[in-house]
Design a protein around this ligand. Structure first.
Ligand code: SF4
Length: 487
């Protein structure tokens, strides 16, 4: 358990979002407000992390950094951004996947090495952070926070090499796991994607010749940048006053393993991943669910908002009308109040409100994106029944989750998954639904444009087939504990 207060009132039974990163490089002669642009980019990536936010910026001479806890809109005031002048900025919005959620662990992280100072923002998780921390100690470099991201920052700052391309090649040969990185030096912006391409990273262009690197293409749309392409797995892009240079993957090509959960839940429906609009992938998942798990029903509803697209797909493919059966309170935010059981029950009500006029006497198909622990689904089923639904048929546009993620997503431990050691019918009974159907792994791959063998995508949380060998059972505080124990 995290030692920080839990975000209980908004704690849905979803995997927790990971992090969002953005890097902005504007033409120096004309612009000095890259931090402002990065702010709007982070604002569009808020769904990827709500615990802290930060921006580091450079005017070509000095790197300045500002981080704070909370939502992007609360973390920065106008004067904070004004204290970050310059044409280069990198930003980060964080959900803690290693290290606790304390302000100390907010990013970007500054690291000083022989090649100068860097500011680094990371989305993902590396699996050999402890080994790399030991390497840093041998070099006489110590770390102060509990994050793998700090280890990466110091390793890159101290990496041997004459150019940033050589240094990132050294970094890639050293660290293992999932990492989409944006890095600022005082005169250069760098984007790096791990050789498996687990976490997304894309590249965009401003009409004034500037560049942006971001976790999702939706961030580009919001700030008027044109999507150029996704950063390739293993690729480094280095942007300086002379333009952009692409440094190809320095390692032998490994299995491509884009996180399939980005398509199911994390990414915004208006982002393009792997050449496909996420909304379209989700409608295909819903249509496949309708084919694999048909049912006689009167209405299809979604658990808003992440399952909206899939519910539309289910409704279209089944011919059952889509209706708004649950309304989500848009303004529910994260809270530090720890509720007792009575208030926990109220918590779901706090987030969703059913529409009895739509539900009463109806046989209802409820489309959800995933079930992790199975703590929220029974409460939603009860809520719908109390609103008068005659039958509840839950359809999930993911296969049963049985394995933890080691690549930047905080889900649960193996024992906590409701699907661990249970049949689908046992799960159905626990959640109190009349029927339950999960999307098959094959149909999932088909919906996101992979083939049925699962190549190109990581699906380890469903199959246990990790694309990167996992040497140790990790939890998100393990590195931090090692630090506090002084090992
Ligand atoms: S284990 Fe699951 S959540 Fe983690 S990277 Fe793989 S598909 Fe994504």
């Amino acid at each position: 358990m995290d030692d920080a207060p839990r975000f209980a009132l908004d704690e849905s039974d979803n995997p927790h979002d990971e992090c969002g990163v953005v890097g902005v490089h504007l033409p120096q002669a004309t612009d000095s407000d890259a931090a402002q642009v990065a702010f709007y980019g982070l604002y569009a990536l808020q769904h990827r992390g709500q615990e802290s936010a930060g921006i580091a910026a450079s005017d070509g001479r000095t790197l300045r950094n500002f981080t704070n806890v909370g939502l992007v809109s609360n973390a920065f005031r106008q004067e904070d951004l004004e204290r970050l002048p310059g044409h280069i900025a990198v930003g980060h919005t964080r959900y803690s996947t290693t290290g606790s959620s304390s302000a100390l662990n907010a990013q970007p992280i500054l690291a000083q090495g022989p090649g100068g100072e860097i500011a680094l923002a990371h989305n993902g998780n590396i699996v050999n952070a402890e080994e790399m921390r030991q390497r840093l100690l041998e070099w006489g470099v110590s770390t102060t926070t509990g994050t793998d991201s700090e280890v990466i920052a110091h390793l890159l700052a101290w990496a041997p090499g004459e150019t940033w391309g050589e240094r990132t090649a050294y970094l890639m040969k050293s660290i293992k796991g999932a990492y989409s990185l944006v890095v600022a030096t005082k005169d250069t912006t760098i984007g790096i994607r791990d050789p498996h391409g687990v976490r997304p990273l894309c590249l965009g262009r401003f009409s004034n010749g500037g560049w942006i690197i971001a976790s999702e293409s939706a961030a580009l749309d919001h700030i008027g940048a044109q999507f150029v392409r996704e950063v390739d797995p293993g690729e480094t892009v280095v942007i300086d006053r002379d333009g952009l240079v692409s440094v190809p993957n320095p390692l032998p090509q490994e299995r491509i393993a884009h996180c399939v959960f980005e398509h199911i839940y994390f990414a915004r429906p208006d982002s393009t991943l792997d050449g496909r609009l996420v909304h379209m992938s989700r409608t295909r998942m819903g249509a496949a669910l309708a084919k694999e798990h048909p049912v006689e029903a009167d209405v299809v509803i979604s658990i808003p908002e992440s399952a909206n697209s899939a519910a539309v797909g289910y409704a279209r493919a089944s011919g059952i009308p889509f209706e708004l059966g649950l309304v989500k309170n848009r303004y529910v935010g994260r809270t530090f109040i720890e509720p007792d059981q009575r208030f926990r029950d109220l918590g779901v009500r706090n987030k969703f409100n059913p529409l009895p006029e739509v539900l009463a006497g109806k046989r209802v198909v409820v489309v959800d994106d995933s079930i992790v622990r199975g703590t929220t689904t029974p409460r939603i089923v009860q809520l719908l029944k109390r609103a008068g639904a005659a039958e509840i048929h839950v359809r999930v546009c993911a296969p049963p989750i049985k394995n933890p993620c080691h690549f930047g997503v905080d889900m649960a431990t193996k024992d906590e998954f409701i699907a661990s050691g249970r049949t689908v019918d046992e799960i159905r009974e626990i959640i109190g639904a009349d029927s339950l159907g999960y999307l098959s792994t094959e149909a999932l791959h088909d919906a996101v444009g992979g083939d049925s063998t699962g190549s190109r995508f990581c699906d380890a949380c469903f199959t246990g087939n990790y694309p990167i060998p996992i040497q140790l059972q990790m939890d998100k505080l393990s590195l931090e504990r090692t630090l506090t124990q002084g090992e």
